[in-house]
Design a protein around this ligand. Structure first.
Ligand SMILES: Nc1ncnc2c1ncn2[C@@H]1O[C@H](COP(=O)(O)OP(=O)(O)OP(=O)(O)O)[C@@H](O)[C@H]1O
Ligand SMILES: [Mg+2]
Length: 222
């Protein structure tokens, strides 16, 4: 489902500020696998997620997702690819505080010009799925941390994407809410989603339903 081939990613243009974030990554993730990317701060985890989501392009090498060579796509096609295939859960959730729960969740559908009924149907499905139905008309700024997180997860799933990427999803959560996120992960696995979580939270290590734990150090897999 996801293949990274000989990926080098450098940031910065001249030698003075050049950072080699990834120094030759080869990685394969199969459909339906749940994978944990772990490693110290600055090791390159978020960079890997951004390449899989086509938010960023490698300096060299190839990223193939669902048989599409996404590292070669133009920006327009990359956005379309992302809308169709990827649900991204950001560390700080990237929700809009002054909009309601429902408005936040349906944001990824706006460019698609779907019928109102279709939007409603999809919205109700994820509201139920992530147990946030009762808060649908609340403003996001009034939610608790755990509720906001479920909104972010619901939004990542509104397009029913095959792939869910989560960057430090428990960074702002206490242990109880972190464990409930792990339960949601299990649920996503049972729905045959391919999931990649970047984290240094030890709660994600040695989980029985996780297919692979990949450790990154200084831009390489160990
Ligand atoms: N836009 C950027 N411009 C310049 N350097 C960057 C940029 N993004 C990341 N880097 C650098 O690339 C390296 C890898 O960063 P990345 O964010 O992928 O690490 P990470 O493993 O996600 O770290 P953390 O655990 O702190 O989130 C770091 O040295 C970082 O400073
Ligand atoms: Mg990161």
């Amino acid at each position: 489902m996801i293949k990274l081939k000989d990926i080098i990613k450098e940031y910065g243009i001249d030698s003075a500020n050049k950072v080699t974030a990834l120094g030759g990554i080869n990685l394969e993730i199969k459909e339906g696998e749940v994978v944990v990317l772990k490693g110290a701060s600055g090791s390159g985890k978020s960079t890997i997620l951004s390449l899989i989501a086509a938010l960023n392009k490698p300096t060299s090498g190839e990223v193939v997702v669902d048989s599409e060579r996404i590292s070669k796509l133009s920006d327009d096609f990359a956005s379309e690819f992302r809308r169709k295939n990827i649900g991204f859960i950001f560390q700080n959730y990237n929700l809009l505080p002054t909009l309601s729960v429902s408005q936040n969740i349906i944001l990824p559908l706006v460019p698609m010009n779907l019928d109102k009924e279709v939007v409603q149907e999809r919205l109700q499905r994820v509201l139920r799925m992530f147990n946030i139905e009762h808060k649908q008309n609340q403003l996001v700024k009034n939610l608790s941390g755990g509720e906001a997180q479920r909104v972010a997860i619901a939004r990542a799933n509104i397009n029913n994407p095959k792939i869910i990427l989560a960057d430090e999803p428990t960074a702002n959560l206490d242990e109880k809410l972190s464990l409930s996120f792990i339960e949601i992960l299990k649920e996503l696995k049972s729905e045959k989603k391919t999931v990649v979580v970047a984290t240094h939270d030890p709660l994600f290590f040695n989980l029985d339903f996780v297919d692979k734990e990949i450790e990154i150090s200084h831009g390489s897999i160990i």
